[in-house]
Design a protein around this ligand. Structure first.
Ligand code: NTF
Length: 818
């Protein structure tokens, strides 16, 4: 019998095999002989979850009883990826698992691959949240991730016969979900609508119209080798009125389930927009739903059994991090809870609220900063609207007392008066919390200088930076086992998995011929693995003797997939017409992975163009062996985990001043790819650390971009100046990539020639030039490998463990619980 109070003690292969067999029989209803790989996956997942649960209970108990402040990471997205391999790694059970399932007659990798990937996020913001909960648990910090369990995650991307994106629903829960445990006993009521009336002693009383039941689905988050298991609590919406019998009895069978459908719609689908708020009402409902449930859940957890809890101690128990503006409605919600539910006066409630929240901004695009119509908030959350107005009034007074002029005050209003009054959520977050941080040094600087300039002038101490990080567990140890082994061998220990700064120890090995040789072999083997995976999954036949050049990220104009595809077209044209020296050009395989928001026409057209360039180029015998383009569909974490370790050149080519940070750039550098990039987001810090010689920098910088805008940017100037660019655009316009249809890409070409807001034309020549330098370097394999090793060695800073340590020290003011 395992002692259920002890942090997870280890299991032998035999123990694990027995537990899986028992689960197969008792829970899946099959004997080990009849079991399919899906049964074994499910059984293993349940066994691992059960195994971790004693440590989980223990960690939760210690959190509540101890006096270390916890962290509540509030995020509308958690892009957690597949759970099994990560849970095994972090719990130290990988070998036992492999032994046990082999004994049962299954291939471990098949069992792992059976798991559907939960797509509960759009991209970087959601994946960052997942890295952060991993690091919090690995460092031993008491913490919750709080979010939403969407029934349908990010859409599954397919391409039609013409290369266009088609969105299909992703019903990831269709086979059940062994990792998430629905805890009906700890559900919360979340209410909406109605009116606010005067109560006793000047109190305001919200009389809501309707309520939904928020049911927590608990995922266990085991730290790597830390013994700590934290909670990721994702809420799902259920109806209180499942079914209306009276309506049913009138033979209105559909009408009878309307209340249920209405309530459950709240968590039905993830908004597939990564930068603009869409479907406003439902989105606001989602935000309030998970934030209100989470705040009440934290209170329930920390003040359990207290008849008259003193909520003024809340900031000593937990601090909430607002992951972008999506959870910001939590600020008026906590005010409401403190005042209306616990009878605390305004000033005290405000003090508690401000000490409880902090806000991370993840964007520089003004359209991505959420703004809600006051009318909508008033309809859905009338009491919150009153509170927001009062916060705004108090804030305006404070600004007046600081001597800020009326125009300055108008620019900073949280609540803009007038008939179309709006609530600016980023401003509310800035005012209602202690700290505001950007996600890379340059981004944090631009927040202070541009996006939130007035606020940083009035409250300079509020603003800080935490450069993003990624978890080395999933993105090196699991994704790249060959490199992990080589690193461990090179460093003489695997401590780097805990402390990624240890990678610095690889620096001398960059000059060690045998290490360099082995490093190259690792990359080659990873390339072959990826080719096999892509052949199997996408039917590609990839030449592994070519340079692997990848651009994987959301499709967005500012990220400039257009720049890459124009360069590919230019290269294609040059090979075909003989202007490129065939002996000199470096054969390449170019990979794209990207989803476009379903309503984003330019992005979708770019996808279509890339697919058609791939079709034409790959079918053309004239460039065979020199250039190939692949666009695996449905880019997700699984694809990233396969492609990143195989990539040699990583494309981070956004317009300077637009990418807040990027996190793919960190994963690539840590896996020994070299970056071609602009001085944008975290590229700046990557280059500083890995060394300017080991980073391919090109393009306009932030100041150049600003100056060009100010001087009146004219893309034609650049098109005229570079015949390769003219030629490439002509080919897009003349039907080469659309079976002769000259209209297919008109929206793209006309934008490039007339508007080109993200200055793709202006950066084209520099981009072509740097590609030349890249090819020359690549043709000296030892030099390339040396640079790649130095990228790995100097990128330890980009661990999410370091990022969490920054948050602990500078923002949360808490620590691991020993
Ligand atoms: C993204 N923001 C940024 O675009 C990335 O640069 C950054 O790496 C990640 O956040 C994580 O910080 C968003 O997705 C959003 F929603 F803010 F636009």
């Amino acid at each position: 019998m395992v002692d259920v109070t002890a942090p997870h003690a280890s299991l032998s292969v035999e123990d694990l095999r027995k537990r899986i067999t028992t689960n197969l029989q008792h829970r899946q209803g099959v004997g080990p002989k009849e079991a399919t790989v899906a049964d074994v996956y499910k059984a293993t997942a349940e066994v691992i979850r059960d195994y971790l649960s004693s440590s989980w209970l223990d960690a939760t108990r210690r959190m509540v009883e101890g006096n270390v402040k916890a962290v509540g990471y509030l995020s509308a997205e958690f892009l957690i990826g597949r759970q099994l391999s990560n849970a095994l790694l972090n719990a130290g059970l990988t070998d036992q698992f492999e032994g046990a399932v082999k004994e049962l007659g299954f291939e471990p990798k098949d069992v792992i691959a059976t798991e559907p990937e939960p797509g509960l996020g759009n991209g970087g913001l959601g994946r960052l949240a997942a890295c952060y909960v991993d690091s919090l648990a690995s460092l031993g910090v008491p913490a919750f991730g709080y979010g939403i369990q969407y029934r349908y995650g990010i859409f599954r991307q397919e391409f039609d016969g013409q290369g266009r994106q088609v969105e299909k629903p992703d019903y990831w829960l269709s086979e059940g979900n062994p990792w998430g445990h629905e805890d009906f006993v700890r559900s919360q009521r979340v209410s909406f609508g109605g009116t606010v009336v005067d109560g006793e002693n000047g109190a305001r009383v919200w009389k809501p119209d309707w309520s939904v039941r928020a049911v927590p689905v608990d995922y266990l988050v085991p730290g790597y080798d830390s013994g700590r298991v934290n909670t990721l609590r994702l809420w799902t919406a259920k109806s209180y009125d499942e079914f209306d019998l009276a309506t049913f009895n009138r033979s209105d069978y559909m009408g009878a389930v309307i209340p249920q459908v209405d309530a459950e719609n709240i968590t039905k689908v993830l908004y597939p927009e990564d930068s603009t708020p869409q479907g406003k009402r439902l989105r606001l409902e989602q935000q309030y739903f998970f934030v209100s449930a989470s705040i009440h859940d934290a209170i329930r957890t920390f003040y359990a059994g207290e008849a008259q809890p003193d909520l003024t101690t809340l900031p000593d128990k937990i601090c909430f991090q607002l992951n972008d503006t999506h959870p910001v409605i939590g600020i008026p919600e906590l005010m409401r809870v403190l005042m209306d539910e616990y009878g605390i006066d305004w000033d005290t409630a405000w003090d508690v609220t401000r000490r409880t929240f902090n806000y991370t901004c993840h964007t520089l695009l003004p359209e991505a900063l959420e703004v809600w119509p006051a009318k909508l908030i008033g309809e859905l959350l009338p009491r919150h609207l009153e509170i927001i107005k009062a916060i705004n009034a108090q804030f305006v007074e404070e600004l007046e007392s600081k001597g800020i002029d009326p125009e300055g005050i108008d620019r900073m209003r949280i609540f803009t008066d007038g008939p179309d009054a709006q609530i600016r959520m980023a401003y509310l977050a800035t005012v209602g919390g202690s700290y505001v941080n950007g996600v890379a040094a340059l981004h944090s600087q631009l927040l202070k200088d541009v996006t939130l300039k007035d606020f940083s002038a009035a409250y300079p101490d509020k603003f800080t930076n935490v450069t993003n990080g990624v978890t080395p567990r999933r993105f090196i140890k699991l994704a790249n086992p060959r490199l992990s082994d080589l690193i461990t061998e090179g460093l003489g220990s695997d401590r780097w998995i805990h402390d990624l700064d240890e990678l610095e120890g690889l620096v001398p090995l960059a000059d060690d011929a045998s290490f360099v040789e082995r490093f190259r072999k690792v990359k080659d083997a990873n390339k072959r693995d990826f080719a096999a995976y892509a052949s199997d999954k996408f039917g590609f036949s990839i030449d592994t003797g070519t340079m692997f050049d990848s651009m994987i990220k959301r499709l967005h104009e500012y990220k400039r997939q257009s720049l890459k595809i124009l360069a590919v077209i230019a290269e294609y044209a040059a090979i075909k017409d003989g202007s490129a020296d065939v002996d000199e050009i470096q054969p390449r395989s170019v990979f794209f992975g990207a989803k476009a928001a379903p309503g984003y026409a330019m992005a979708k057209l770019t996808i279509r163009l890339i697919n058609n360039v791939a079709r034409v180029v790959n079918d053309d015998p004239a460039v065979k062996g020199k250039l190939a383009v692949y666009f695996p569909w449905n880019y997700n974490i699984d694809l990233a985990e396969h492609l990143i370790p195989a990539t040699e050149l990583d494309e981070q080519i956004s317009q300077a001043g637009k990418e807040a940070s990027g996190t793919g750039n960190m994963k690539f550098a840590l896996n020994g790819a070299l970056t071609v990039g602009t001085l944008d987001g975290a590229n700046v810090e990557i280059r500083e650390r890995v060394g300017a010689d080991n980073f391919f920098l090109f393009g306009l910088e932030v100041d150049d971009v600003e100056k060009l805008y100010a001087d009146g940017y004219d893309p034609m100037k650049y098109v005229h100046a570079d015949s390769r660019l003219r030629r490439a655009i002509d080919m897009v316009a003349d039907g080469t990539f659309s079976n002769g249809d000259r209209n297919a890409y008109a929206a793209l070409t006309s934008d490039w020639l007339t508007h080109d807001y993200f200055m793709t034309m202006a950066d084209f020549t520099a981009y072509m030039d740097i590609q030349k330098e890249i090819e020359e370097t690549y043709q000296k394999p030892d030099e390339w490998a040396r640079k790649a090793i130095l990228n790995v060695a100097h990128s330890g800073f980009f661990s999410s463990d370091r990022a969490i340590e920054d948050y602990l020290r500078d923002i949360w003011h808490t620590q691991p619980q020993r």
